[in-house]
Design a protein around this ligand. Structure first.
Ligand code: XIL
Length: 375
């Protein structure tokens, strides 16, 4: 799934020139950016900025303070996933999900609901269910979540990760427990359920691997546009494309390519949310300064592109510091060949601002295009 191509020559050159020229990496720029709240900077162009949080981690500094200072929207990293809410049949426990909702409430910021349906969050007890049993359980879960948090969710990620650009036969759809037991033709029914149950929540389709400039991302963009177009044509109540944006320094980035995709989504009447942003630096050799400069350069290009497009509403980081990033926790993920942890976020493990923070802050500050709202 992940490309292992080496970092491009251009990315290394950009990184090196940023280090040499002092660019976004100088102490002065870091200090200048330090005073800024990213949530406030995003707000200048009517956008939101925030983080995915784990309720335990979000209670301790530095994460607690960073979320308070910079977040204007939050997502539950895992607490609202089906598997986390309902481990055994009929034994739903909303304690953790409620804690995240309470944190958002306490901060006075909107909450993204993540996610009603995802093959990876299907509870274990359903792996050998019949289709009828699965449909009953998935419907019940989606009803329960949308009712429990009714009126409190800015956007629900209704459906997560059903695209597969390499699917045999060219269907563009992932083969999974959802496609088998729920059925691909019934995906729109989940959006209808959510709209009826919580009419105020915006409804998103959320997926990864569409933000960069290589054939793998291109196939995934083509597949998602085909699916969304068919839904929109059929009147499915989908409002938002959620782009996870787990960026990877091993893949090229092209602002024109991304902006063309944004235009295509907007032409379908959709708004765009960046939902799980981070940047893997497993392909960047060198010392920390070099790596951080390469990460900052990608964040700068990506944020500038996003904040130049009227359909982009928000940018949510997947976790807060390099120390709590899922990239270093997730056992199935890539690792660096030098054995060092990756540095994918805007703050280091101590909560200090990295060059990527300055790059994002500057891109937000320079944004000249406002989010257009929902027409
Ligand atoms: C990840 C969490 O961060 C991990 O803690 C968990 O073990 C697996 O899921 N796409 C998504 C997110 O939509 O829900 C995933 O979150 C990361 C990839």
């Amino acid at each position: 799934m992940l490309d292992n191509a080496a970092i491009t020559r251009r990315q290394l050159l950009v990184a090196t020139s940023m280090v040499c020229a002092g660019g976004a990496t100088s102490a002065q720029s870091l200090a200048g950016g330090a005073a800024q709240s990213l949530g406030k900077l995003a707000g200048r162009s009517s956008r939101l900025f925030g983080f995915a949080i784990h309720p335990e981690v979000a209670q301790k500094d530095p994460v607690r303070e960073l979320v308070r200072q910079h977040g204007s929207v939050i997502t539950a990293e895992n607490a609202m996933k089906w598997r986390n809410v309902e481990n055994a049949a009929g034994m739903a426990d909303y304690t953790q999900a409620d804690r995240v909702a309470a944190i958002a409430n306490g901060l006075g910021v909107p909450l993204r609901g993540h996610t009603l349906a995802w093959h990876q969050s299907t509870p274990g007890y359903l792996t050998s269910a019949t289709s009828a049993e699965f449909i009953r359980a998935q419907t019940g879960h989606a009803q329960a979540m949308t009712q429990r948090y009714k009126g409190r969710i800015h956007t629900w990620d209704v459906l997560n990760e059903v695209i597969d650009g390499e699917a045999p036969g060219g269907s563009g759809l992932r083969d999974s427990v959802l496609s088998k037991l729920w059925g691909t033709t019934r995906y729109p029914a989940l959006f209808e359920l959510a709209r009826t149950s919580d009419p105020k929540a915006k409804l998103a389709y959320n997926d990864y691997g569409m933000e960069q400039d290589n054939p793998w991302c291109e196939r995934r963009r083509t597949a998602v546009l085909r699916m969304l177009e068919s839904w929109v044509r059929a009147g499915t109540p989908v409002d938002v494309m959620g782009l996870q944006a787990h960026l990877d320094l091993s893949r090229p980035f092209s602002a024109p390519v991304l902006l063309k995709f944004f235009d295509e989504l907007r032409a379908l009447g959709l708004r765009i949310q960046i939902t799980e942003l981070d940047a893997r630096d497993s392909a960047v050799p060198g010392d920390i300064a070099t790596r951080d400069a390469a990460v900052a350069s990608l964040y700068r290009d990506f944020t500038q592109a996003c904040f130049s497009h009227p359909a982009v509403e928000m940018m949510v980081m997947w976790n807060v510091t390099d120390g709590d990033s899922w990239i270093n926790r997730w056992t199935q993920g890539q690792r660096r060949s030098d054995g060092q942890p990756m540095r994918p976020l805007l703050f280091d493990a101590q909560g200090q601002k990295k060059p990527a923070f300055v790059a994002v802050a500057n891109a937000m500050r320079d944004a000249s295009v406002q989010f257009e709202g929902y027409g």
